[in-house]
Design a protein. Structure first.
Length: 166
């Protein structure tokens, strides 16, 4: 019994284990440090890559069938010794930029990266035009009326506000 327990503990100390979505992915091909590095790489990539079917879930959290297939593909590539960059490039080539939570800045993703800033600038420019136009209208109204007429207008507007009449 002690021998079996010893063999079992030695075997599991040499393996790296990554648990993703309730499934165990065992890395037991190298020494314990290499296995642990592969398990960590698998875990980090499965949390970094997005499921192509789901709106906003990574491979680790998704229950979609394609996410399971991608996890198996990712497991095979990490087990075969693929590095992070080559695995990410493979996934992008196969499934497009959508699988990345942080897509690269290129001509296909300019709108994604710079669109919000452009919309903010457009909104600020529109706000500036509206404020400037209101100031011009107020200045032109006060220039058309004489001093007495302006006072009378303010009295009438003040009375309407107090009465609640529109």
């Amino acid at each position: 019994m002690k021998t079996i327990l010893f063999i079992f503990s030695v075997f599991y100390s040499l393996t790296g284990l990554a648990i993703v979505d309730g499934h165990e992915y065992i890395f037991a091909d190298g020494n314990s440090q290499e296995n642990q590095q592969k398990a960590n790489l698998f875990r980090s990539l499965s949390e970094e890559l997005r499921c192509p079917k789901c709106q906003n879930q990574n491979l680790a959290d998704s229950n979609a069938m394609i996410a399971g297939d991608l996890r198996r593909e990712l497991y095979q590539q990490v087990k075969a010794g693929g590095d992070e960059q080559s695995i990410i490039e493979f996934m992008v080539n196969r499934y497009g930029e959508f699988v990345l939570y942080r897509p690269k800045v290129n001509t296909m993703t300019y709108v994604l990266w710079f669109g919000p800033v452009a919309l903010l600038l457009i909104a600020l420019i529109c706000l500036g035009f509206i404020v400037r136009k209101r100031k011009q209208v107020q200045q032109s109204t006060s220039q058309v009326l004489s001093g007495d007429q302006q006072k009378r207008l303010e009295e009438l507007l003040g009375k309407d506000k107090g009465d609640g009449n529109v």
